[in-house]
Design a protein around this ligand. Structure first.
Ligand SMILES: *Cc1c(COP(=O)(O)O)cnc(C)c1O
Length: 351
């Protein structure tokens, strides 16, 4: 509380990100960072960009980066919007498209930043319960709304919704913007970018933080038809003309271009995930089917908070959410082979 704040700031309930501990030797399985570093070509591109040219402002249109993303998906660069991490892109999305009469819709268990944007931009929303198996049933979204958003795969469940179901949702919902937050799509799902040409109200949001291992650079983007992208650019240019700095842009271009490294590291995460799932099941955990770089697991007997505390004592941090339906689950990011081994051996002593 401060008498100097604009009134609404007192009412805000900001997003709480996963802990970034100062201690060096912790095994961080709590924020879904990629266990493998960025491509060596990305590091080289950043080195090259770290020059006297940093005295100049970056390109306010981020033309090169948008083109690299467009080339990867074989679409027009006019269909690509970029920002300082996908959280910023999502902020602009809520501001640009979701300030409507009708409430927007998202699942009751979903990315916990969505209600925070709603509060910031005074957007009303209704949450739609996930099915008993934690899947999204698109028929539940068949009602008047000011927009629809959910992650696919969903967070923190990791569950994937089939592309055919997304298309069915779009066929049933043509009057408001549908946003698919594909932060984790590269770990086993199929992107809905292929549907953009047929659905002018579809917007895909992706990030370089997870599958391209660039959480520290802050690069996110959205893909949609030019009309939606233009709306985002209008909001962005009313907020910050240069959200993507020169180093982030160079890194992002190199990351999109190095497809071999991208494919190899995504596959390594998937292979490791399969091992972690098998190991957890052997220890008595129920694990939701994951298409992400994390798993969502609950133990049949032992309390989740107790397990998280036990792991922490041994230097491993995972994420726990104190929400009624999921308070017996832990969200565990997939680490390196060594980290995953360590996780399973410590868990073996706790459950
Ligand atoms: C990690 C994540 C983001 C944010 O990504 P940044 O680009 O790092 O801001 C957005 N949505 C979901 C569902 C995420 O898990």
């Amino acid at each position: 509380m401060s008498r100097f704040w604009s009134g609404f700031v007192n009412e805000l309930d900001p997003y709480v990100p996963g802990e970034q501990p100062k201690l060096a030797n912790l095994t961080k399985l709590n924020t879904n960072e990629n266990p493998y570093g960025p491509s060596p070509k990305v590091i080289e591109a950043i080195r090259m960009a770290a020059s006297d040219r940093l005295r100049l402002y970056p390109d306010p249109t981020s033309a090169e980066l948008r083109q690299a993303i467009a080339d990867f998906y074989r679409i027009d660069a006019a269909w690509v919007f970029v920002g300082n991490g996908s959280d910023e892109v999502l902020g602009h999305v809520f501001n640009a498209f979701f300030r409507q009469e009708a409430p927007i819709l998202f699942p009751d268990i979903s990315y916990s930043f969505y209600p925070v944007y709603c509060q910031l931009y005074q957007i009303s929303y209704d949450t739609v319960p996930l099915s008993h198996d934690f899947s999204i049933n698109v028929d539940d979204y068949d009602r008047i709304n000011g927009g629809i958003i959910f992650p696919n795969p969903n967070a923190p469940t990791g569950c994937l919704l089939a592309l055919s179901e997304i298309e069915r949702l779009l066929q049933n919902n043509t009057e408001s913007v549908v946003v698919i937050d594909e932060a984790y799509i590269d770990f086993g799902g199929e992107s809905a970018v292929s549907l953009v040409k047929d659905y002018p109200n579809l917007l895909i949001v992706q990030t370089m933080s997870k599958s391209r291992s660039l959480a520290g650079m802050r690069v996110g983007y959205a893909i949609g038809q030019a009309d939606l992208i233009e709306g985002l650019i209008r909001v962005k240019d009313s907020f910050n003309s240069y959200p993507v700095d020169s180093l982030a842009s160079a890194a992002g271009v190199a990351a999109m271009n190095d497809k071999a490294y991208f494919n190899e590291t995504c596959q390594a995460v998937i292979d490791e995930r399969n091992k972690v799932v098998a190991g957890l099941e052997e220890l008595g955990f129920d694990v939701l089917p994951s298409a992400a770089n994390f798993v969502f697991a609950s133990h049949k007997q032992v309390d989740a908070v107790e397990i998280a505390a036990g792991l922490r004592k041994e230097g491993i941090i995972v994420r726990h959410f104190t929400k009624p339906r999921i308070n017996q689950f832990l969200r565990i990011s997939i680490g390196t082979a060594g980290e995953n081994q360590q996780l399973l051996s410590v868990l073996d002593t706790l459950v």
